[in-house]
Design a protein around this ligand. Structure first.
Ligand SMILES: Cc1ncc(COP(=O)(O)O)c(C=O)c1O
Length: 397
């Protein structure tokens, strides 16, 4: 028998030959930074098809990547790689597939940090980005350059919920010889699968709807296996493969994601229908309502109004800070939070948060006024949710 310190390091007694060892009801958490081996042959085999070092590969990340591929591309030849955040997924994608002298053609309305990433990080390394309003397809065609290697957009824009005509963008990107990259965070694969429409790469911030519990930071890229391989290789250099713990939590979160997100999307459509009837709401930005400016495009991309997105924005009848504050304080359940996709309904005020550095005239041209509030709809009982908004409306008068 060894001394106590050695003993606690090397003794591992458990039923590793138990008949049901590989059948745990939940997939185990593997925090190990490495997997050992006893002989050269075993080491060589492990490098080919086993587990070696935590940043290189990990069972929790593998299970999660497999699930994401099934969600985003069940019928296609595709793969996924799981990264430490949505931003890490966007960074690794662009870093792996672009080089100095290349051009990104991007939608004008994007998550603010994606714009900063393109301008400041990729700009520094000689990749130029130009921005167009992708609702205007002629503007997109006119902005394509001979060196355009990537066309980048979110599926619906934050916070105005502007949609993109995916099939038309696919045509433009094919003609340009550029990769079409779609950030699907606002909709998720439970709503739309951009790869099935012909996009080349889909990115999800798993931090949002797909995790749903507001306690996970992760991102994922899904694409043809050869593209994912390149992105994965780059993520290794950048040190951005996901830590196993959030990946483990995320496997659990995905088990209920379809039920949660379907409820969020259907609640959003019902809430939008209610807002349409209230005179204190002057504009409802949700693709399910008839007044939505891209309603025809919404019908082209989605068959069911209750399965589009849990995100929306509304314009109040007032820009008065004090009245909006009183309204927010009057709400019993709904509250401010600088995130989206959680199970509780949350709101954000773009003018004071995501777009606080954008000049007022530019914001207004984009449809973002001080009266605009973004809503991420949760899974509450819809009657409670509508009643919460209804009882606070008089504060806006
Ligand atoms: C549309 C969109 N894409 C990407 C991101 C970045 O994701 P993460 O915070 O997981 O890095 C966000 C974050 O809010 C987002 O809204």
């Amino acid at each position: 028998m060894a001394y106590i310190q050695t003993d606690v390091l090397y003794t591992r007694e458990y039923r590793d030959d138990a008949i049901n060892m590989g059948k745990a009801e939940s997939f185990p958490y593997y925090p190990a930074t490495a997997f050992g081996a006893t002989a050269f042959e075993e080491i060589k085999t492990a490098y080919r098809q086993g587990y070696t070092y935590i940043r290189t590969n990990n069972p929790d990340r593998d299970v999660l990547a497999g699930l994401m591929t099934r969600l985003e591309a069940p019928e296609l030849e595709a793969a996924s790689t799981v990264l430490s955040s949505g931003m890490a997924a966007i960074t690794a994608t662009a870093a792996a597939l672009l080089q100095s002298g290349d051009h990104i053609l991007s939608n004008r309305c994007l998550y603010g940090e994606t714009i900063e990433l393109f301008d400041f990080l990729f700009g520094k390394f000689g990749v130029e980005t130009t921005y167009v309003d992708m609702a205007d397809l002629d503007a997109v065609r006119a902005a394509v350059r001979p060196n355009t290697k990537m066309i980048y957009t979110e599926i619906c824009a934050n916070p105005t919920i502007d949609l993109v005509d995916l099939p038309e963008l696919v045509k433009i990107s094919k003609e340009a010889g550029a990769l079409l990259v779609v950030d699907n965070t606002f909709c998720s694969p439970l709503s739309i699968r951009p790869l099935e429409w012909g996009a080349d790469i889909v990115i999800n911030s798993l931090t949002k709807f797909l995790s749903g519990h507001s306690d996970i930071l992760l991102g994922c890229v899904t694409a043809r296996p050869e593209l994912v391989e390149k992105i994965y290789e780059f993520s290794l250099f950048m040190g951005s493969p996901a830590d196993p713990f959030p990946a483990f939590q995320m496997i659990r979160a995905l088990e209920s994601a379809p039920m949660r997100i379907e409820r969020q999307m259907s609640n959003a459509a019902k809430l939008a229908a209610y807002f349409e009837t209230d005179p204190r709401i002057v504009k409802v930005n949700h693709p399910s309502v008839n007044s939505f400016r891209q309603r025809d495009l919404a019908k082209k991309l989605w068959k069911d109004d209750e399965k589009i997105t849990g995100m929306m924005s509304v314009e109040f009848c007032t820009e008065d800070d004090a009245k909006i504050d009183a309204f927010m304080k009057q709400l019993k359940y709904v509250h401010y939070a600088p995130t989206l996709g959680g199970m509780r309904t949350t709101m954000s005020h773009p003018v004071t948060s995501s777009h606080n550095t954008t000049p007022d005239d530019v914001r207004r041209a984009m449809g973002i006024t001080p009266a605009l509030m973004r809503i991420s709809v949760g899974i509450e009982d819809i009657d409670d949710l509508i009643e919460d908004f209804r009882q606070a409306m008089s504060e806006l008068e």
